[in-house]
Structure formats: structure tokens, C-alpha cells
Design a protein around this ligand. Sequence first.
Ligand SMILES: *Cc1c(COP(=O)(O)O)cnc(C)c1O
Length: 367
Amino acid sequence: MINMAQPQIGQEEIDAVVAVMKSGMIASGTIVTDFESAFSDYIGAPFAVASSNGTTALHAALLGLGISEGDKVLTTPFTFIASSNSILFNRATPVFIDIDKDTFLLDLDRLEEYLENANDSSIKAILVVHLFGLACDMPRLMKIAEKYNLQVIEDCAQSHGAEINGVKAGSFGDAACFSFYPTKNMTTSEGGISLFKDQAKADLARKYVNHGRVDQYKHDVLGYNYRMTNICAAIGLEQLKKLPVMNAQRISNAQVYNELLAANAYIKTPVLPSTFKHVYHQYTVVVEDIARDEVQLLLKENNIGSAVVYPYSMTEQEFYQDKSINVGDEISREISRKVLSLPVHPGLNQSDIEAVCRVLNSIGLSK
Ligand SMILES: *Cc1c(COP(=O)(O)O)cnc(C)c1O
């Protein structure tokens, strides 16, 4: 079976966890602090707050940035629900701007057009998602944000190590949030981290992550328990060392797909803008002129996993209807009906990818 995901856990992670267990310091402690500095150094952002998962990292980041009731946050409708839920957690309003049909990312032309006409002082931030491992054009987005005086949150849950002109995703925005769920480019089992440019905002986020605590039993805001444990951080320190190699294997697997599927009339392979380093959290193709279900079934019959990521635009979620503003979702809906993600994880090698491509390239031959 060629699966969609397979966390790369080796003896290093196992030994690191055992060492923490033997130390007795199994909740949050110095290993978490070590992981925070190692990860923020790697990305190139000065301040880091680790947390229990990517969703709590996003919630804490928005709290640190002061996003609150009545505020509007511009974001993409084509992502995992946690991205825009983090806006709702703070009783702010997600404003969905449609995506680009080739990159699947927030369309910056539409974003700019909306801001030009909106003239709305309640718009406070842009939450951009670097979907599937490809970063959005952050130099351009930061210019737009500066012009309209907006804060920027990067959702990097799928883009650990992605780059634009050699600069890492997660080092551009006022805050950047990563998830370390087992299917992501690196894992801590469950885990997350928020990075910040500004120390005061990082300190505020850290307070929210730890019960709003200013002293052991003194609390000055309604906080949460979103802390990461030393056990998770120990896994993360080992995974971070392996991240460049794991990403290189994802990239090499993607290159095999790109070459072998280039002539396939039913499959459009992902675009890679020049000067961008895509880290292929997902290798996502657009299926055309044939039912996507049929392709998935054919793969399944050949013991190959695949996944529809994501089958709906966020604008189609029922409970969002009265809580969000939909500026445009035509492309997001269209793409959600056509995308198919193929196995690309670092546990796979060239011959696995060739096997997937043989099946995909047999489509239409029997007709
Ligand atoms: C995984 C993911 C999250 C949430 O991370 P969890 O660790 O699962 O809470 C947020 N945003 C995006 C884009 C994700 O892929």
C-alpha cells in the first residue's frame, strides 16, 4: 500500500522521548524553550511561543496581535478550517477573498482590488495560508499590508522550510503559525508554534497560552491552557534536524511526478513559480475531463492512497454563513471539485512514485 502520509520516526525521536520520561520533567519546561529557540532560528523570526497544536498557535497569535470583536481579517476560502476558525475564536469576522486558480493561494490582485474599494477601518489583518507547501508572494503581500496598515499572520501549517527568493515563509509576517501534526512536513505528535517579530506581542500570546498568568495564581486576562510538553518538544528537536532531508525527498518525489505526468491529458501538475521553494506538504493535481472519483477508485484498486484536500470552499460551511463575508469564492469552489492529492511523503522513493504514475498514465488507454 502506498499511503498518503507516514511520519518519519526514528531511534533519535524515541531516545529523546525516553530521556524526557526519565528526567521526570514531562510537562512544559526547558526542552520546550530549547525547541522554541531552535525553530525560530531555523525560520528566521526572533520570538517564538510553542503550543499544543497548530490551531491553538493560530488562536494565540491572533490574541497576541490584538485581533478582537468587530475586527475583520482578510483570508482565503480554500484551506483547512482551523485557519479561519482562529478568526472566529476571537469574535472577529473572516472576509474571504478568492484564490488564484493555478497556485490555489489567496489572489493578491483581488485582495488589492478589495482593499482599494473597501475604505473600512475595521479591516485589521490579513491571514495568508501557504497552502500545500507553496508560499504566497510575501514581498508583494507585505507591501499591500503596509499600504493599508494591516497586520499579517502567516499560516505555515503546511510550509515548514518553504522559501521565496531564499527567504523562509514564516519570517515575513507580524506572526507566523506552524502545526506539527503527524501528517505535516515535521511532527511533534500534536504541537504548534507561533513566531513573532515583536516581543510584546509574543509575550502577550505566551500569557494567553498559559492561563493568562502573570504570577503563579494571578491572572489578568481570560487565558487558556495551550502549552506544549517537553515530550513533544523533544520529538520536535530531532524532527527539525531531519526537516531539510525530509523536504528534499518530498521535492524529489514531486519532480518525478512532474516529469512522468507532464503528457497526461487528464492531470494538471502543480505550478511552481520561479524563485519559490515548494516543500510539497501535498502534491495536488487538478483532474480534468474525467471524474475525480474514478481516478481515486483506480488508484485504490492498485493499493494507492489519494485524498481530496479540500472538497469544499470554506464559504460552503453552513455555520460560517452568518459569521463571515464572502467577497468571492468562484475559483475556490471550482478548484475544490477538481483537486486530488497524491502520495508524496518522504517515506516514498522514485519507484513508488513511478508506480503511481503508471496507474495514472493508464487512464483513457482502455477507452
Ligand atoms: C494542519 C493545519 C492547521 C491546524 O493545525 P493542527 O495542528 O491540526 O491544529 C491549520 N492550518 C492549516 C492550513 C493546516 O493545514
